[in-house]
Every structure is written in structure tokens, then in C-alpha cells.
Design a protein around this ligand. Sequence first.
Ligand code: NVA
Length: 378
Amino acid sequence: MNKTSPESIVPGLNSPSPVSSYNEWGLLEEVIVGRIENACMAPDQASVRAVVPDAVIPELSRGSGKPMPEGLITKANEELSEFIRILEGEGVTVKRPDIYDHTRLFKTPDWESTGLCSACPRDGFLVIGDEIIETPMAWRSRYHEGLPYRSLFRDYFNQGARWTSAPKPALLDSLYKQDFVAPAEHDTESPMDYVINDSEVVFDAADFIRCGKDIFCHLSNVTNRSGIQWLQRHLGDQYRIHVIDTSLWRKPMHIDASFVPLRPGLVLINPDDIDVDKLPAFTKQWDFIIAPRPNKSSGTAYSYLNMCSDWLSANVLSLDENRVIVEAQQTTLMDSLKAHGLEVIPCAFEHFSPFGGAFHCATLDIRRQGQLESYFDV
Ligand code: NVA
């Protein structure tokens, strides 16, 4: 009979994981903050036109795949430094990906593309419990976006984290509807449609929002039904994934400025994307803050490159059930949050928007206090 000798036991089985996060509001202890060095404009592809604001499309074709202006990177880096200073001042450990050159052309056997950036770790990596899941993103420019994070993830793995990559998609032409015409942003007259079909498993992590055992997601131009199905099957029956309707928004990509839980029992809703009457009935156990319209920002010399809508205002980051980081110009939203007893921490972040997000996008929770719990009676 074979006996297991201690040296034959694979290390790490019982190590406590340095990665642990089940929701969007537990006390934040450690976070990855993205980088913008060597960032590129998104290549002009159908999957990109399907989501960027209508006003940016002319710039998308002019700037396709070109490096982002150095002046913008400098300004946005000043904002990132202040954001990191705030996080560290509030007791959060901040980790950064490696500096990586996204301007290089790369090829698969089927296509070639330049990269994008490492600004938004929220998009490509999903932390659920003690596991980091690399997600199969639908934009070709993001195919290798995991590489600048490898040394961090390797380190978390060495300390005991689980680390998974979903099946790598081929991102063939056949994934994208070739005759797709992107509707105007909120053109609710035209039938809802998405640029991708279900021929491969694709999803972005930022299309999923964690509330313990209940995870909310939506169909978008980067997340298809097969992607949602893969994740549900991977996570197993400890978790329930709910697909919510964001079809008021005709260019959907990423749910984290649409449905933003702030603490158990309270969620911020973007009324331009979500009709609350269409939310699953059980969510009504919670209170909704209907987000006020974003304050018109003062604008920057680089606003013409902004790939996101003004609703980045709702892309806030909770440090715990009370403290939330909000863009400095969004004073109307701050007032709504304060009226619900939240403490607001303002941070200027307008130059960061052209890189694809705000505070939630620019971060990836590595560790928040708390365990897996159920917050809804489903
Ligand atoms: N792409 C979305 C933001 C997602 C955080 C928007 O432009 O509103």
C-alpha cells in the first residue's frame, strides 16, 4: 500500500490565500491600481465602435492604435498618484502591475492588433473569494493584457491564491457580426443587438458585480451568454449569477457604472441604463439610490479622446460600508451619497477617463474583509 510522504504533498493546499474578496463593500485591505504608461488608443474595430460614445468615433478612426499623447499620460498619472495617496492614507495596501509596452503590434495565426493599456485591471480579472480568474476578453487589443500582471499573480499564487484562466478565445472574424451597425447611445427605438454572437466563450470581468453568493451581470458587447454560462458552471452552485437588463443603454459594456452596490441593502442605479421595474423582484429587498445626472465636468484638453460616457460619475470605489471615493466634480452625486449616511472622499480623475474608466475600473480588489454570505432572500 502506498503511503503519502510529506515531501510528496503539493505545497499550498492549506495555505491561507492572500486573495479574498466576495463583495464590493467589505473593508478594503489590498488593491491593484492600474497603469497608463505606453497606452494606446483602441484600434478601430467593430467591437470598439459598438461601445464608445458616438462623439468619439471620428477620433477613433484617426487615432486607431496610436500611442496616447504623453501630455495626457502625465496629467492622468498625477491623478493616479493622488488616488494612490488617498488609498494608502486610508490604510489600503496598493500594488501595481509591471510597466509594459502596449504599443507593439502582435499577431495570432488569424489576425493582428496593437495593445491597449493596463489602466483597468477590473476588466480582465475577476476576484471571487480566494481565486483570481483571468477572463476571455472580446477586444483583440486586450488579448495579452494579463502579461503585466503576471508577476503579481505569480506572487499571490505562491502565497496560496487560486489562479485560473478561462478558455482563451480565438476572436475570429466570425465572433463579430460583420454587418453590425452600432446604434446611437440611448436610441431605444432600434431593436437591442450586440456586436458579438455566441460562437465563443467571451466575457469581461467588469460585466460582473459581486454581492456575496449573488453575482449580477448583463449581456453586453463584450460578454455573451456562453461567457456567463462558463462562469456559472465554473463557480458552481455556491453562487447564483443573475442577468439584469441594461438594454436602455444601446452600447453596453461594463456594468460597474450602472449597478453599483455600496453596502448590504443599498445599491446605486444609473437610470439611463437600468429600468428598476425590470430588475429581478428579489433585488427590491434593497434600497436604490437613483444616481443623479452627472455634473458636466469642466473638460480637459484631451476630452475628445474619452471612450466613456459622463456616467463614469457612478464608477465609484467603496473602501468599506461607509467610505466611498467619488470624482471631485460630482458634487450632486456626493450629496445623494451623503444623504444615505456615506462618507465621501473626493478625488480628481478626469484625465484618467480616456483610458476607459474611473475608480472601480482602475482597481482590482485583492483582499476585502468578510466571508461568503447571502444578502438576498432569493
Ligand atoms: N463604459 C461605460 C463605463 C463603464 C464603467 C460608460 O461609458 O458609461
